[in-house]
Design a protein around this ligand. Structure first.
Ligand code: G6P
Length: 609
C-alpha cells in the first residue's frame, strides 16, 4: 500500500506534495512525510506519525521552500507507525519513498551493516536508501546507482528518489505497484495514481512493470527493466475521473452510498440495450460463453462478496460451474484449472496484490482472463484479456459501497449474457431479466428512503459488542458484506452466516443483547429463513428483519425492527438489499464517532500480499 508523490517544480513544492498526499490517503494513513532540497539545509525531511494534518502542523511550524521534493503516506508493514519509521527514508546523499514490500531486506541490511552503513529505522524501505547511497559512494551516478539497486531488490514496489546536489532530478521505479508520471508546464510529477496528480495535470503516462524513469523539469526518460530507453504513451485523463469532493455530505461514504442509483444507472447503460431488452457486451469477446467448462472468480474483501453473489447467478442463469476463492488463498493453492476456463477477477482498484498475482497465475495456466474493475488504467485492467468496467467513479471511502453494487450490476449482466449464449435463457427470459435490471436504479433510490429508520436502529446498534448477520442463497453474501461493513468502520464484532448454518454453531451466541440481522426477501427460500428466525426468537434473540412487504406480512416472528424494501424480482435483491446493511454500518459508525472514511488499520488499495 502507501501513496507516493514527487514534484520537480518551479515554485516551492511542500504544500503541493501535501495536497497530493491528501488525494492518496486512501492508500494508508499511519504516518506521512515529505523531503525537499533546501537552499540552506540541502536534503531536508519533515515527517509525522498519524494522519496528514500532523504533517501539516509540522510544516506550518517549520516550512520548507525547496522546488523539488517527494512525499509519502504510509500503511505500515515493517515497523510500527512511528515518526522514525515514516518515509521518506534518507541518508546524506539520497531520500526515498516506497510503496510495497522489499522481501530480501534482511539480507541486504546485514550486508550493508557489514559495510558500515548505519540504519535509523526498522523498515524494509531503508535498505533501498542505504543501497543507493552505497553505490553513490562507489562513484556511480544517481541513475546507475538506482538501476544497480533495482536489480538487487526482490518484492513488489514503487519507489521515488531525491538526490543531494541534484535539483533537477527525481528518479522513480515500478515493479508490482502502480506509478503514473505527469507532464506539466515546465514542471513534472509522479504519483501512485493519476488522481494524486489531478490538480497539476491531466497528461499522464502509466509506467509498465519494471520501468524506471529519470524525471527533470522538462520531461522524462523512461527505461524498461533491461535499462533500455523506451516510450510510454502520454494519455489525457478525463476530468470526471478526478471528481473527489465530498459535496454536502459529512463523509465520502455517505456520498457514495447516495450516489448508487446514479452510478448503477451509468454502469447498466454500458451493458444493457434497454430498447432491445438485451445485454450488450463488447462484440469480440476473446472467449465463448457456450464453450466454457468453468468460471473461476477471484477477488478480495467486498469484491469477493460481489463475486460470491455472481456465483449464484452464473450457476442459476447460465448453468455454468463456478469456483470462487479469495485471491490470497487461490494464488497459493495452485488449483488445477480446466482447459476451457475463464478466470474472472473483481477489483475496485485493479491493483490488489493478491488478485493481480492470481490473474498472472491464471494467465500462465492458459485460462481466458477477464476483470471487472473500477479503475480502467489499473494493472489488473491492463493485464486482463478483456475488462468489464464498473462506472462507479472514484470511490474514496475505504469501506466499499458503490463499487460493490456496480460490480453486482455488471455480474448480473454477464450472467444473463452467459445464460443466453449457453442456451439456458430464452430471448423471452433475457427480455424479462434485462427489463428487471432497468428498474434497478429506481429501486435503489427507494431503498435509500429507509435511512431515517436505519439511523434510529443504528443508535441502538452502537451500544452492542456483537452483531450476527444471516441470509440464504444470494442473500448470504449480503449477510457477509453487512458484517464486514460493520466491523470495518464501527469496530463492532460482526459475523455473517448462511442462515442454515445457524444451528451448527452461532446459535450458541444468541442472547437478549446481540442483534441478529436477517436478510430475507420474500423469495423461494424465505420460509426456510423464517424457520431460522424462529430458532433465534425461541431463544430470546433480537431480530432485525430486512425484507419486503410480503415478507414482513408473512414473517410471523416478533422483531426488534423490520426494514421494508420495495418488491422486486429475485435477481435484483442482493443489489438493493446491500443498501440497508451499508447504511446500518455507516450510521452505527457515526454514532460511535469512528473515522468513517479512514477506519483504523485499513487501506483502500491493498498492494501488499
Ligand atoms: C480493501 C478495501 C476493501 C476492498 C478490498 C479489495 O480491503 O478496504 O473495500 O473490497 O481491499 O479491493 P479491490 O480494490 O481489489 O476491490
Amino acid at each position: 500500500m502507501c501513496g507516493i508523490i514527487g514534484i520537480v517544480g518551479r515554485e516551492p513544492v511542500a504544500g503541493h506534495l501535501v495536497d497530493a498526499l491528501k488525494r492518496l490517503e486512501y492508500r494508508g494513513y499511519d504516518s506521512a512525510g515529505v523531503a525537499t532540497l533546501e537552499a540552506e539545509t540541502g536534503l531536508t525531511r519533515r515527517r509525522a506519525e498519524g494522519k496528514l494534518r500532523n504533517l501539516e502542523i509540522k510544516l506550518a511550524a517549520a516550512p520548507l521552500s525547496g522546488l523539488i521534493g517527494i512525499g509519502h503516506t504510509r500503511w505500515a508493514t515493517h515497523g510500527a507507525p512511528t515518526e522514525a519509521n515514516a518515509h521518506p527514508h534518507a541518508t546524506s546523499r539520497v531520500a526515498v519513498v516506497h510503496n510495497g514490500i522489499i522481501e530480501n531486506f534482511r539480507e541486504l541490511r546485514a550486508e550493508l551493516e557489514a559495510k558500515g552503513q548505519h540504519f535509523a529505522s526498522e523498515t524494509d524501505t531503508e535498505v533501498v536508501a542505504q543501497l543507493v547511497d552505497w553505490y553513490l559512494q562507489q562513484g556511480e551516478t544517481p541513475a546507475t546507482a538506482v538501476a544497480t539497486t533495482l536489480k538487487r531488490l526482490t518484492g513488489a514496489f514503487a519507489l521515488a528518489f531525491l538526490f543531494t546536489d541534484h535539483d533537477d532530478l527525481v528518479i522513480d521505479a515500478r515493479r508490482g505497484s502502480p506509478l503514473a508520471v505527469g507532464w506539466g508546464d515546465g514542471e513534472m510529477y509522479l504519483g501512485s495514481d493519476a488522481i494524486a496528480l489531478a490538480p497539476f495535470t491531466d497528461r499522464v503516462a502509466y509506467l509498465e512493470e519494471g520501468d524506471w524513469v529519470e524525471i527533470t523539469r522538462t520531461g522524462a526518460t523512461v527505461h524498461d527493466e533491461t535499462d533500455a530507453v523506451v516510450e510510454r504513451p502520454i494519455v489525457t485523463v478525463s476530468a470526471t475521473a478526478f471528481q473527489v469532493d465530498r459535496g454536502n455530505y459529512r463523509h465520502f461514504m455517505a456520498k457514495e452510498i447516495h450516489e448508487q442509483p446514479e452510478v448503477i444507472g451509468h454502469t447498466l447503460a454500458r451493458y444493457l440495450d434497454l430498447s432491445a431488452s438485451t445485454v450488450r457486451l463488447p462484440p469480440a469477446l476473446p472467449f465463448d460463453w457456450a464453450k466454457l467448462d468453468r468460471l473461476s472468480i477471484v477477488a478480495c474483501g467486498t469484491a469477493y462478496y460481489a463475486g460470491l453473489v455472481g456465483k449464484y447467478w452464473f450457476e442459476r442463469y447460465a448453468r455454468l460451474p463456478v469456483e470462487i476463492d479469495v485471491a490470497s488463498e487461490f494464488r497459493y493453492r495452485e488449483p488445477p484449472l480446466p482447459k476451457n476456463g475463464l478466470a474472472l477477477f473483481v477489483s475496485q482498484s485493479g491493483e490488489t496484490a493478491d488478485t493481480l498475482a492470481s490473474l498472472r497465475f491464471c494467465k500462465a495456466q492458459g485460462q481466458h482472463t477477464a476483470a471487472i474493475v473500477n479503475v480502467t488504467t489499473s494493472t489488473i485492467a491492463r493485464e486482463s484479456d478483456v475488462i468489464f468496467p464498473t462506472l462507479a467513479g472514484p470511490e474514496i471511502g475505504v469501506a466499499s459501497t458503490k463499487a460493490f453494487t456496480c460490480q453486482l450490476s455488471v455480474l448480473a449482466s454477464l450472467a444473463i449474457a452467459a445464460g443466453r449464449a449457453r442456451g439456458v435463457l430464452s430471448a423471452e427470459d433475457e427480455k424479462r431479466l434485462v427489463g428487471a435490471l432497468g428498474e434497478l436504479p429506481g429501486l435503489v433510490l427507494r431503498a435509500l428512503r429507509v435511512e431515517p429508520k436505519i439511523e434510529r436502529l443504528a443508535r441502538e446498534t452502537a451500544k452492542v459488542a456483537d452483531v450476527l448477520y444471516l441470509g440464504r442463497g444470494s442473500s448470504y453474501p449480503i449477510a457477509l458484506e453487512g458484517a464486514l461493513k460493520l466491523k470495518e468502520i464501527s469496530y463492532i464484532h460482526a459475523e455473517g452466516y448462511a442462515a442454515g448454518e445457524l444451528k451448527h454453531g452461532p446459535i450458541a451466541l444468541i442472547d437478549e443483547v446481540m442483534p441478529v440481522v436477517v436478510i430475507a426477501p420474500h423469495d423461494p427460500l424465505f420460509e426456510k429463513t423464517v424457520s431460522n428466525m424462529q430458532e433465534v426468537a425461541a431463544r430470546g434473540g433480537r431480530i432485525v428483519l430486512v425484507t419486503d412487504e410480503k415478507g414482513a406480512g408473512a414473517a410471523s416472528v416478533a422483531t426488534l425492527e423490520t426494514i421494508v424494501m420495495p418488491d422486486m424480482p429475485d435477481l435484483l435483491a442482493p443489489i438493493v438489499y446491500a443498501l440497508p446493511v451499508q447504511m446500518l454500518a455507516y450510521h452505527t459508525a457515526v454514532f460511535m464517532g469512528t473515522d468513517v472514511d479512514q477506519p483504523r488499520n485499513l487501506a483502500k488499495s491493498v498492494t501488499v500480499e
